[in-house]
Structures are given as structure tokens and as C-alpha cells.
Design a protein. Structure first.
Length: 65
């Protein structure tokens, strides 16, 4: 049986994560449009995702103290 890792554990968090994505994109200098961003390079997408993960880990570590 396949494990579906795309299942949303907290569906209510999707709006907050979407807003967070646009904030991080702005910080790293990537211009995201509402809707389709198929012209976005893999490098820019990686910069956004990587910085999102970095900030989420940092926030979790700070909350554990």
C-alpha cells in the first residue's frame, strides 16, 4: 500500500503557508504572481522553499527553549 505524504494534516494552515511563501519570496527577491508560476526557475523555487524550511526550523527551535 502506498503512503500518500501529500495529505494535509492541518488544512487550516494552508492559507498561512501560502502567505508565508509570498513573504519569503519577497525577501529573497523572487517575484511570485498569484496563480500559475510555471515560468519560475528551479533555482528560484528552491530558494523560496529552502528559506521557508530554514525559517520554520528556526521558529520551532526557538519555541522549544
Amino acid at each position: 500500500m502506498a503512503n500518500n505524504s501529500n495529505k494535509k494534516l492541518v488544512p487550516e494552515a494552508m492559507d498561512a503557508l501560502d502567505k508565508f511563501k509570498y513573504e519569503v519570496a519577497s525577501e529573497v527577491g523572487v517575484n511570485l504572481k498569484d496563480g500559475y508560476n510555471g515560468d519560475l526557475s528551479s533555482r528560484d523555487a528552491g530558494r523560496i522553499g529552502g528559506n521557508m524550511v530554514r525559517k520554520l526550523i528556526q521558529q520551532a527551535e526557538n519555541n522549544m527553549k
